[in-house]
Structure formats: C-alpha cells, structure tokens
Design a binder for this molecule. Structure first.
Ligand SMILES: [Zn+2]
Length: 816
C-alpha cells in the first residue's frame, strides 16, 4: 500500500513565513485547481501525438484494413528504413504457431494464409488509440529552488512517476482473434524551474520504459521512447505546459492591494463564488478604461439576458460575488498576463508567478469560498508587441481559478466591451466552475486519436449504434444520451438541441461536441455568442453546486425599529433538508417581524411558499424590482409574531439545467420563541444512561446509546446535549452529541431523548445538559461512566485457520 505521508519539508531559504513560502503555498493550490483541466488537455494532446507518431503514417486513416482471406501475395512491404523506429515482428510468436491458432478459427487455405497473415501483421502493427492513456491525475507540486527560484514538479516529488500506458494492437480481426498484444508503459517525470527574468527551464527525467516484449521489438520501442524524449525536450514541452510557458518568478513584483467587493453590496453568504477582476498593465491614468470593463462584466453576469447567454452563472447570482483588485502597476512593469507563440498564433500565458501568488493571496484573504482571478491585460502593454508585429492577437486562456484575458480593443467602444464580456463567459467555462473544453476545431481537419476526453462537452469514443464497424453507421453518445433522447427537457428558450456534432477540441474529425453551437464553441471575437449548450450548462451547474455548501441560505430578519440582522442558515448536517432557526420575540405581546431570504446556494429560479402557523397575518411585499445579486423576485414576508408561532418557508429550485439530478427541497422553519433573557432555563437532566449497542469487529468503532430526561418550565421544546470525554480527560463544557428537538409535554412533565455515540474500545465519561428553543441551557448533569467493549475473539471458526501453508494434506476433522 502506498503511504500517504506528506512531502518532507524543504528548508525555505526565505525563512519561516517568508513571501516565498506563502507564494509556494498559493501556487500549489493554483496548480491543484488548474490540474483537472490541464491534465485533460495535456493527456489528450500527448496521446494523440504518440498514437499518430507511432502508427504507420500510410495506415493513418479511418478505415481499418480488414484481413483479406486472399491477400495479394507477400505484398509491397515498404523497404526497411534504418531510421524507422517502428517495432519489428521478429520476436512475436512464430508465424507457424500463429497460423495454427488461426486455422482453428477459420478454415481457409493454409499456405496462402501464412504468407498473407505475416504481411497483414507487419503492416498493421500500431498503437491502439482506445487503450493509450496518460495518467496525470496527481497534481504537480512547487518547491523553493533557491531564494529567487522555484521548481514545479509534474508529478510531485513523493508521487509515482506519471504513467503513459498503451497496448500495441494489430488491427482487424486477425490480431484480436489471436490475442496478440504488446503492453508498453512509459513512466515520465518532468520539472520546470522558474527564476527571475528567465523563461522556465523544463527538464525531463530519463523516461523509464517497461514492456512485456523483449528482443528487437523492445529495441524499437526504446528508439521510439528516445524520440518521445526528444520531442518533449523540444519547445513543444513549453506549449504542453501552456499556462506556464513564459512564467518567471520575480519576487520584486509581489506587491498588491486589497480587493473591493462590488456586487453584492449587502451582507454575503460565506463561501460563495468570487470573481476577482484585476487590471494588468494599466497605468494609473487609464484606470477609467478598466472601470468600463468592470461595469460591462457586472452587467453581463447580473443583468437578465433574454438570450440566456449568461446562464447558468445568472442562476447563481445571489452567491456570485464580483470583486475588483487594483495592484500597484505600470504599463511596462511586471505582468501576470504574458504571451507566447504557439504554432501560427499567440496564446496568453503566465508572466510572473510571484505577482500571481501575491494577488491570489490578497484575494483569498478577503473573500471566502472559491476565488477566480480574472486578469484583464491592457492591449498596449509591452508584452504583446511581438504578436502585434506579426499582425496577430494574443488569445485568452483560462484554467483552474485563473483567467488570462488580454484586451483586443480593435473594435469600437460598445462592440469591444461586448466581445470582452462574451469572452469572459467562455473563459469562465474553462475554470473550476466547469472544467469545460473548447468545442471549436480551428479548421483543423485532422482526426483525433488521443485518449478519451474527460471534459463533459467532448466525446472521442462514441458507440456505433448500427452494424458493427460499418462506415456511416449511426453513433451513440452515452454521456449525452439523456439530453438527446429527451429534447423536451430543454428550456423553451434553448437554441441548439443536443445531437452530437463532429469536430471539437481543435480537431475536425474523430471527436464530437454536444451541439451545433455553444458558448464553448463560438469564436472569441464573435459579437453574437451562442448560449452554453445544455450539456455545458448542466456541467457548469453541477460543478458550481459542488463548490457551494448545499442548502445554505442568507436570511435577513428585521423588526419594527428597522434594525435587521443577517443570519446564515443551513441544515444541521449535510444531506438534510430541514433548517430550523429561532426568532426571538417578547413574551406576552406581539412583535413585528420581517423576514427575507436574500441569497442561497440553490440554483435559481426558486419556487417558494411560506405559511404562518400563528394568529397573525402573513404579508408579502410585491417588490419585483431587479436588484443585482438578489434572487428575483426578492422573497420577503412580514407578520405580527407571538411566542409559539412558526413561519415555514419551503424552497425548491426551478432551475431547468440539471433535469436528471434530484434537486433537494428545503424547508426553513422559523420558530418564534421568547427572548432567552425572559425565560427560565430547563431542568438539569436526570436519568442519564449510556449503553453499548451490540459489538462491532475489533479495531472498529463501537456504538452506544445515550439517554437522559429533562423538563422546560416555559413549556418549550428541548434538545439534550451530551458531552463525552475519555476517562481521565477533563470536560470542556461543549456538547459532542445531541438529540433532535424533543416536543414539550403539555402538562410540563419530563421528556426523554436519546442520541448515539461511536468510539473505540475504552472507558468514557458522559454528562448531559438540556437547551430550550429560546437558547437557554440547563446546568450539566452529574457524569456517568461508559465502558465500550470490543468483540470477544471469534474462536468458533471452522478449524482450518492457517492450514495449507506447509503443503501438507488437509487435516482430518477434529473428533473428541
Ligand atoms: Zn457546449
């Protein structure tokens, strides 16, 4: 079993709590969050390159050559090329043996077959795209490499080497029928050193190769491995590491400022989704221009859009927090957004890791929850000069929790802002909110042969629905099947049905996207961007939900004086949907109460119903004004409350983006209880017992039932709290287990309740207290002891334990 120990700490030359160690901590988190999308892309590109590079170019088309029973003689086998690294077949099973096996399967002329088979095998030996895979699941790690340099390890130092695994298969029925397969594992590790004013310096450890074949084929594979090595060492590696390709580590630039939250201006739920806009390469004199982009982003995310291009982000607007952070900077200073040449174009890449880390730290210190940094780079910033000289633009890029967005500014005013906001939505799809892939093909007609895509919006291995292997047979897309079969699940405003359309992920063939058009497909300079397709909307909704605490609501509670407090409400335990909370009222009179639900982690629109169990009348102001960052319409109620009243609010999500998921239905119960200052505490609990329930296996936790009784002099419901400590340890005065609410007895008698406790074998001390709805607690009871026993060893057995390891015959059954 692999140990899960942490990497040993490396002494940081900057000393404890230095900027560098903080940078490293942040960069580790950054690489962790970008890794799912980055590894998906790197894996796809790498396996594609390996498969197409290894396979015979002349066989590199879609039609698989089927073995012909009457092959054309020995055939025009290409002359051996001394530089050709492709494996030879000489160490495969002798042809006679293969043919004998084959003969049993097919009754065909023997001699002709022997010749033909050899030819077929030789000309079709190739890497199988469907079983070639790079496992990059371990995120990289960052370490200090001197006072002003850091190194990123892919994978981290304590992990196994990344594994590249493939099966070499002979295509067609021959190889399959004969079960010929060649396993090849290539283990790779690479690292990239970053230091000030230098481009990253990537290095690859000598790849390690393992295969189940020896002899000439092994030599060929070794040669091929060297080719892979050479290609990796080439500039391609910088491209594969996309984001990091021009990054430096320049600590001098690690200055920043405090972010300011722009939307919403009210209290917010903790752990929301924070989008932090950062100007990059803006002079203090042109920050007005940055303001325009901020305003445009704000409108795009929060204003209702009749075309729904901003969905599903808009459905989460009450927990979507927009910030801006303006670090000290100059146009020709240190940039976070860099640019590097990639093929015929330019891509955005990271410019300065220390600056990125400093900005990331500032943002995360101010905002709780998921933080996405959006760097908006001034078009005249110096780092884009090379691209401009080439009459090209630097393309935006996003992964994990960072978006690098170089401004183009080559259109007039409004159109430019519109293109910017469309691009922002597209890039957000790439971030941790969706980990979506690009759906466009860049006019590349090549066939994709890389590994299966993990991004929800690409499919490279559809199922053939018609006759097996028949060209033109209908394809099935299991991961999109529910959408394809149920077009009625699409909202009425949906533009593009899910059908599966060939082309996507920068390839024109061999890979499919869900719909004809989508925001992940629209080219970034389109001013009229498509909606996210249903598959992308669903994925974004699910991922975003996964980043939020389920069933968390922000409720504003006001009284007649106009004073209000905000409370974060959520179910007591994850997975539950009942939320209870107390509203304090004066006893013996009525209190004006206003309640509004101002934010929630449940996707909108909400279907809300409220009812009051009490004498007062529930009123709901019909305020339908649109307010940024508020659920629409706002949910607010007011009533005259008396002690004992209960306001129940039922909330469902009417969000149509995830029809196959069960969306929870939440119930918020607000109990009007007397102010704790005006009520007596409950009685100190009595009849405290703790009993072990059954026996669990040795070494696992045992279970006990805790019971006690109490009464409330005010006639309120009670909850029993238990504090369990190991024998010899002090009580700390906090409950470790508790019961649900126990209804009050109308005659004021004692009520009992129970909770369960789990712990390892041993002796424990337990005491109990009671708390009423007003929040008053009793004194703790006298403690009792609990001894948890382990299961007695099972010596019943079958008498055969340990037998057989000495090679002797089975022992005869024991007879007394
Ligand atoms: Zn899509």
């Amino acid at each position: 079993m692999r140990s899960s120990r942490r990497p040993p700490r490396v002494p940081d030359p900057g000393g404890p709590m230095s900027t560098q160690s903080q940078d490293i901590q942040w960069l580790n988190g950054f690489l962790h969050s970008l890794w799912p999308a980055a590894s998906e892309l790197i894996g796809a590109e790498f396996t594609h390159a390996a498969v197409t590079g290894f396979n015979h170019p002349e066989d590199d088309d879609d039609t698989e050559p089927a073995p012909t029973p009457e092959p054309p003689g020995p055939g025009p086998v290409p002359p051996p090329d001394p530089d050709n690294p492709f494996p030879k077949l000489t160490d495969l099973d002798p042809v006679e043996q293969i043919t004998r096996t084959y003969r049993r399967i097919m009754t065909l002329p023997f001699r002709k077959l022997a010749k033909g088979l050899k030819w077929v095998l030789e000309s079709t030996l190739r890497m199988s795209p469907s079983s070639t895979w790079v496992d990059l699941s371990r995120p990289p790690g960052v370490r200090a490499a001197g006072p002003d340099a850091i190194t990123a390890y892919f994978p981290p130092m304590n992990a196994d080497r990344h594994q590249f695994r493939t099966r070499i298969s002979t295509l067609g029925k021959v190889g399959g029928a004969l079960g010929i397969s060649v396993r090849v594992d290539v283990y790779l590790r690479l690292r990239a050193k970053f230091s000030a004013n230098e481009k990253p310096d990537p290095e690859i450890d000598e790849p390690h190769l393992d295969t189940n074949r020896r002899g000439e084929i092994f030599e060929s594979l070794l040669k091929w491995k060297d080719e892979v090595d050479g290609e990796l060492a080439d500039s391609d590696l910088r491209d594969e590491l996309g984001f990091l390709s021009t990054a430096r580590y320049n600590r001098e630039a690690a200055r920043t400022a405090t972010p300011e939250r722009l939307v919403p201006t009210r209290e917010v739920l903790p752990d929301g989704i924070n989008i932090v806009l950062v100007p990059d390469g803006f002079d203090p004199t042109d920050l007005d221009e940055f303001d325009e982009y901020v305003q445009a982003a704000r409108d795009r995310l929060y204003q209702p859009d009749e075309k729904r291009v901003n969905e599903p982000f808009h459905s989460f607007k009450s927990v979507l927090h927009l910030w801006e952070l303006r670090p000290e900077q100059s146009r020709d200073g240190d940039f976070v957004v860099g640019a590097h040449r990639d093929g015929s174009g330019y891509r955005a890449s990271l410019g300065n890791l220390a600056r990125l880390a400093a900005i990331g730290r500032s943002a995360e210190q101010a905002a709780s929850g998921t933080t996405i940094l959006v760097f908006i780079a001034h078009r005249e910033a110096q780092q884009f000069e090379e691209a401009r000289a080439d009459s090209r633009r630097v393309r935006a890029m996003a992964m994990g929790n960072v978006v690098l967005l170089p401004l183009r500014g080559d259109q007039d005013g409004d159109k430019d802002l519109e293109a910017f906001t469309n691009l922002l939505l597209h890039e957000l799809g790439h971030t941790v909110l969706g980990n979506l892939a690009d759906e466009y093909d860049q006019n590349n007609e090549d066939t994709y042969r890389g590994q299966e895509r993990l991004a929800a919006n690409l499919e490279s291995q559809p199922v053939q629905a018609g006759a097996l292997g028949r060209v033109g047979a209908a394809l099935r897309f299991p991961r999109w099947d529910r959408w394809i079969r149920n077009p009625d699940h699409l909202p009425s405003w949906n533009q593009h049905p899910i059908t599966g359309v060939e082309g996507g992920g920068y390839f024109g063939r061999g890979i499919w996207r869900p719909a004809q058009d989508c925001a992940m497909n629209s080219l970034p300079h389109d001013n009229h961007m498509a909606q996210f397709c249903a598959v992308c909307r669903e994925q974004l909704t699910r991922t975003t939900r996964g980043l939020l605490e389920p069933g968390r609501f922000l409720v504003r509670i006001g009284d007649a004086s106009g004073e209000a407090e905000f409370r974060t409400l959520e179910p007591e335990r994850r997975g539950r949907t009942l939320i209870t909370e107390q509203l304090r009222v004066s006893p013996g009179t009525t209190t004006d109460i206003q309640v509004s639900v101002v934010a929630g982690t449940l996707a909108e629109p909400w279907e809300v119903e409220a009812r009051l169990d009490g004498a007062g009348r529930l009123q709901s102001p019909r305020d339908r004004r649109f307010i940024e960052g508020r659920p629409t319409p706002p949910r607010a109620w007011s009533f005259q409350a008396e002690a004992g009243d209960v306001l129940t609010i039922e909330i469902d999500s009417g969000c149509p983006f995830t029809p196959s998921d069960d969306m929870p239905h939440y119930t918020i119960e607000l109990d009007c209880v007397p102010d704790p200052d005006t009520v007596e505490p409950p009685a100190r609990p009595t009849q405290l017992t703790a009993t072990q329930v059954g026996n669990n296996p040795v070494g696992t936790q045992q279970q006990a039932r805790l019971r006690a009784s109490s009464a409330d002099p005010n006639g309120q419901d009670l909850r029993l709290l238990f504090e369990v400590v190991r024998e010899g340890e002090p009580f700390l005065g906090r409950s470790t287990e508790q019961t649900d609410w126990i209804p009050a007895d109308p005659t004021g008698k004692q009520v009992s309740g129970q909770a369960s406790f789990r712990g390892l074998d041993g002796t424990y001390q337990i005491r109990a207290a009671a708390r009423n709805r007003s929040g008053r607690s009793s004194r703790w009871s006298a403690p009792v002891n609990l001894v948890l026993h382990m299961t007695p060893p099972d010596n019943g057995g079958d008498g055969n334990v340990g037998g057989g390891n000495d090679g002797s015959r089975p022992r005869p059954p024991f007879t007394p």
